[in-house]
Each structure stands twice: as structure tokens, then as C-alpha cells.
Design a protein around this ligand. Structure first.
Ligand code: SF4
Ligand code: SF4
Ligand code: SF4
Length: 307
């Protein structure tokens, strides 16, 4: 039997959904787990950061990092993972682009803390904790601002099939080859290249199951989104919300591409579009705000305050 591959699983600020998706490969875990030598996975067993720190630099074959560096502790873990792992994977759209947690950059850190701990509707008499919590970073930057990654495996979360394919390739010592197509490439709906007559909210009307949802007026980000999910929402009746981030090169601005697509296909007054797109930043940049052009301006502004 060949030697198991050493791996480290790091988690910054995140929801655990990406690791849940890994666990969701179900019975195939029986094939994969014996081939892994797990050196660090603090969220499933009692590993401490000092355990990871104790390994020689570059001695762990593969590292997965889920989530963003919201706190100083997240950032320390991210940098330690980079030092210890030969191959570091940005695991999930939070890690690749800033993801859902990156939407917190719409607000100052003080406002975000207030909403989370005091004004939240499920909280009464809450206080911002001051003890036993690591200091917060003033703003969420894309992880790639702090460390270089070898592989980006986006998705919110990445699908179990994608994870299985990627992990199997790594175990066999092969390169992970990710097809570069957009979600539209995998969509079974017919496109007639007709202009969009009006913008519809998802609950309005009844969509034709065979026609492109965007051409019917439903905002679908399929053309601006990397199709590693193979179009799983659009082929089941829902619009693409963009959770796999921009099509390669992933440095592209996914939200700007989505807005541009709407501008091209919808000869509608911008005010009318805004009436239906209640939360344009959340709609077009939901998964990639910190790594977008707009998000960069916000980051610079927040960081200038701390200088
Ligand atoms: S990418 Fe999505 S599923 Fe994964 S940690 Fe972030 S929010 Fe959760
Ligand atoms: S825009 Fe959406 S519905 Fe239309 S073809 Fe692309 S993925 Fe399918
Ligand atoms: S269709 Fe879009 S929203 Fe649905 S999983 Fe794929 S990328 Fe994510």
C-alpha cells in the first residue's frame, strides 16, 4: 500500500459548509480516508494551533483553508498553513473571493459588531464580547492578499463531486484540471438572444421550464459564474446566484460582469431595474465583494481609517 498523503484542514471565519460538503461524499469517504494522514483538523478533533506550528515548514503535502481572515487568529492560521503545506488550496468561495462573510465590508466594523451582538433580532441585552475572543481585522480582505494559493476550489459550498474529483487527483499525484466554462455552458434551457422585457422577482409569474431564465426577466448570473457545479440550480428551476464566483481568470469582477450582462440584454431604464433589484450589491457581488473593484475601494477606505 502506498504511503498516506499528509493533509491539514484549516478553518478561518466560515460556516463549515465546505467541510460539510467534503463529509457529504458519504461512502466514498471509505476510499479516501485511509489514504489521508490528517495532521491538523481543529474543528473535528482536539488539534491546537501549536500542533500545526510544530511541523517543519513545507512538511505537509496538502492544506485546505476554508473561510476568511476576519480575526487575527484566522490570519495567523492562514499564514501558518501556507508555511507548513506544500500545496495550499483556497477551499470554497469565502476562501477564494471573500464570499458571504465579505458582505460585512458594506459596514464599518463597529456597526457590524453592533448588528451581530446587540441589535440582532434574536438577541436581547447582548454585549460585544471582550474576553477570550481574538481581535477583529478592520476589514475582510481576500485571502490571496495575505498568502499565495496553489489551487482555487470555489463554491458555496464546492459540490461533493467536485471535492471528490479534486481529492482523488491529489491522491494520485495528478494535477487538478478544472474546466473553465460558465454555468450557461451546462444549462439545458434554450437561449434565443432576445432582449429582456422586464425584470421579475423570483416569486413573480411562472417561468417557462425550457427557456433561459434571464431572457424571461429573472436575474440569473449564469454567464458571469464559473460552472464547476455543472448548472445544478438552473437545471432544477432556480436562477444562478453566482456561488462559484467569476469564470477564469478568477481575478475578473463577477458582479460587474453580471451588471454588464443585464445592461446588454435589458433595454430598461436603470431606475426601473433598481426597483426590482432591491439589493444590487448583495445580488451581483454576493460571493465576491472583497475581491471586486468596488470592494477594493471599500477596503482601502476602511484601512485608511486605521493609519
Ligand atoms: S464558501 Fe459558503 S459553504 Fe463554504 S464556508 Fe463559506 S459560506 Fe460556508
Ligand atoms: S443565463 Fe441562466 S438560465 Fe440563461 S442560459 Fe445562462 S444559466 Fe441558463
Ligand atoms: S447554478 Fe449558480 S448558484 Fe447554483 S450551485 Fe451553480 S454556481 Fe451556485
Amino acid at each position: 500500500m502506498t504511503e498516506p498523503v499528509s493533509v491539514a484542514m484549516g478553518q478561518g471565519s466560515s460556516c463549515w459548509g465546505c467541510y460539510q460538503s467534503l463529509v457529504d461524499i458519504h461512502l466514498r469517504l471509505a476510499d479516501v480516508l485511509p489514504k489521508l494522514d490528517i495532521k491538523f483538523w481543529a474543528c473535528v478533533a482536539d488539534f491546537k494551533h501549536k500542533d500545526l506550528e510544530s511541523y517543519p515548514d513545507g512538511s505537509i503535502a496538502v492544506g485546505f483553508y476554508e473561510g476568511v481572515a476576519r480575526t487575527e487568529e484566522d490570519l495567523h492560521l492562514l499564514k501558518t498553513m501556507r508555511k507548513k503545506c506544500k500545496t495550499l488550496i483556497a477551499f470554497g468561495s469565502c476562501s477564494c473571493f471573500g464570499g458571504i462573510p465579505g458582505l460585512a465590508n458594506f459596514y464599518d466594523i463597529e456597526d457590524a459588531l453592533k448588528v451581530k451582538f446587540k441589535d440582532n433580532k434574536t438577541v436581547s441585552g447582548g454585549q460585544v464580547p471582550t474576553e477570550n475572543v481574538p481581535p477583529f481585522e478592520p476589514v475582510i480582505r481576500p485571502n490571496s492578499d495575505y498568502v499565495d494559493f496553489d489551487i482555487y476550489l470555489p463554491g458555496c459550498p464546492p459540490t461533493s463531486d467536485l471535492i471528490f474529483t479534486a481529492v482523488s487527483a491529489l491522491l494520485e499525484g495528478k494535477e487538478i484540471e478544472l474546466p473553465p466554462y460558465a454555468v450557461c455552458h451546462y444549462c439545458n434551457r434554450e437561449k434565443k438572444e432576445t432582449p429582456i422585457p422586464e425584470i421579475l422577482r423570483p416569486y413573480e409569474g411562472v417561468a417557462d421550464p425550457d427557456r433561459c431564465l434571464l431572457e424571461q426577466g429573472y436575474v440569473c448570473l449564469g454567464s458571469a459564474t464559473w460552472g464547476l457545479c455543472e448548472g445544478q440550480c438552473v437545471n432544477r428551476g432556480a436562477t444562478c446566484r453566482g456561488c462559484f464566483g467569476p469564470v477564469p481568470p478568477i481575478s475578473q469582477d463577477q458582479g460587474a460582469a453580471g451588471v454588464g450582462m443585464l445592461g446588454t440584454y435589458a433595454p430598461i431604464e436603470p431606475d426601473k431595474i433598481l426597483e426590482k433589484c432591491k439589493d444590487p450589491l448583495g445580488m451581483f457581488w454576493r460571493f465576491s465583494y472583497p475581491s471586486s473593484h468596488l470592494g477594493r475601494i471599500r477596503i482601502r477606505r476602511e484601512e485608511a481609517k486605521t493609519k
